[in-house]
Design a protein. Structure first.
Length: 489
């Protein structure tokens, strides 16, 4: 994950700026509440949702345990079907491979299907540096690109923009990228969609190269699968002569039949539809039908390091539905940009620090960007226990310890800024290990309760700046139990 996302301030600082933006908060509140209410109704239609959820979890866990075997099977199947497989250890290698493949065609522009993986590696910026123009064709991604903006949501990248802002962006920027917006252009959704359709149509018909990601890869057949709602993806996947797909290694599933689960759970969890409008599948190349050259770039970029963590690896189950974002009270108020990653919200808070490490200020702060309310776990269609991973990563940030980086087991030092927290935890452990000292401390606090400050000094100031210090009871639980029930044994 490169480019503009790194170098951002820690999440609390970025979020503090975001919550002051009344327009942003209104846009997010309206959109997330609408999506999550529709999702709840769509999921309630299935009596076996819990079993589908468990099945999805089981398939992903099984695949991750045997990832090497299924990736090699996938490579063999794709090659047999006429495709070419490339392996990329990191973002730099993936960008170099894709840039070289495009240059080999002699083309200087490509059309793109919405892809989190290509955003993760900063592909558009790498292509621009090589003199290649990359045009986003997903409507929301187009809005973000024309506005020189960054995505803030996995499913709806332009969720932070309202119709008036989109209209102004189309008016000002479309002409610089190709066909200008119609004049006059209003903010009615149908007018905006038609302006985008006309703008993109000439690019679809002209482009000789397309770049995509994939929602799933089937090891058994070598099939790539893309779920979408607009049809732009299908235009990219069928019209150009060369198709390059950049896909994270965790997206593989063993058999074609496994798609049966995700064809039901992903649309309902993401767009609240019983079935997504467009499901495009392709296997290698076919003479006279679709692209004549297909390249699959399998991306690691920290995924096998994440796989080495027995607790954190469950983040690799993610199918990018974004349901966790829509129920998260932190995301609703702070928005996606505060996370400093193409993966915002709860899933980003556990995925980004594992893919990138916790060495930067923003990544060390992400595991703390949560209330641990558990709403994200409840809606996850593959049962990722996000709160569990958040607590696990918090321990890593505060305490340091062994992690895997670039396939090598190393020991990282605790992050800066947690000295007082570590001291408090050590003091608590010492006190809890000595019941007599704990009992004496509880009685002392009870007698001094009238002296309780309303705000804590020093490092505790940040905690009490937004909440009151809890009151101290007149007697401890131990003393109450002794008085009511007798001396505990």
């Amino acid at each position: 994950m490169t480019g503009v996302h790194l170098g951002m301030p820690a999440f609390p600082d970025a979020a503090r700026e975001a919550v002051r933006d009344d327009v942003l908060r209104a846009n997010l509140r309206r959109a997330t509440h609408t999506i999550r209410d529709k999702r709840a109704r769509a999921v309630a239609e299935l009596a076996d949702w819990d079993r589908l959820r468990a099945a999805g979890k089981a398939v992903k866990d099984h695949t991750l345990r045997h990832l090497e075997r299924y990736l090699l099977q996938l490579e063999q199947a794709v090659t047999a079907a006429g495709g070419t497989v490339h392996w990329a250890a990191d973002a730099e290698e993936a960008n170099r491979i894709v840039t070289g493949l495009i240059r080999a065609t002699g083309e200087r522009e490509v059309v793109k299907v919405k892809s989190m993986a290509t955003q993760e590696i900063g592909l558009n910026e790498a292509l621009e540096a090589a003199g290649i123009a990359a045009y986003e064709t997903d409507l929301a991604e187009l809005i973000v690109q024309l506005g020189h903006d960054r995505p803030s949501h996995i499913l709806v990248p332009a969720i932070h923009r309202n119709r008036a802002e989109i209209r102004d962006t189309f008016r000002a920027e479309m002409g610089r990228w190709g066909r200008p917006a119609p004049d006059p252009l209003g903010d009615d959704p149908r007018e905006l969609a038609e302006a985008a359709r006309l703008h993109l149509r000439e690019k679809f018909l002209r482009a000789k190269v397309a770049v995509s990601g994939a929602n799933f890869m089937v090891a058994e057949t070598g099939t790539m699968v893309v779920f979408e709602s607009e049809g732009n993806g299908r235009m990219c996947l069928t019209l150009p002569e060369t198709l390059i797909s950049v896909v994270g290694v965790e997206k593989v599933v063993p058999t074609f039949r496994d798609l049966e689960i995700f064809l039901q759970t992903l649309p309902r969890s993401s767009t609240a539809e019983r079935m997504n409008p467009y499901t495009t599948m392709w296997t290698g190349t076919t003479d006279g039908d679709g692209p004549s050259a297909f390249h699959l770039v399998l991306l690691d970029n920290g995924r096998t390091d994440t796989l080495a963590d027995e607790v954190g690896r469950q983040a690799l189950r993610c199918i990018r539905c974004s349901a966790c974002l829509n129920v998260c009270p932190v995301y609703e108020r702070a928005g996606g940009h505060a996370y400093g990653s193409v993966y915002p919200g709860p899933i980003g808070a556990i995925l980004s620090p594992q893919l990138r490490g916790t060495g930067s200020e923003i990544d060390a702060s992400l595991p703390f960007a949560s209330t641990l309310c558990g709403a994200c776990y409840e809606v996850c269609p593959v049962a990722i226990d996000i709160p569990e991973v958040l607590v696990h990563l918090r321990e890593r940030v505060v305490q340091g310890g062994p992690v895997t980086r670039d396939g090598i087991r190393v020991t990282i030092r605790p992050a800066h800024g947690h000295t007082a927290e570590r001291a408090a935890m050590r003091a608590a452990r010492l006190l809890l290990d000595h019941p007599a000292a704990l009992r004496a401390g509880e009685r002392l606090l009870a007698r001094a309760r009238r002296l309780r400050p309303r705000r804590l000094p020093g490092p505790g100031r940040a905690w009490t700046a937004t909440r009151e210090l809890p009151g101290i009871p007149a007697e401890s639980f131990r003393d109450w139990w002794t008085r009511e029930r007798g001396t505990p044994q």
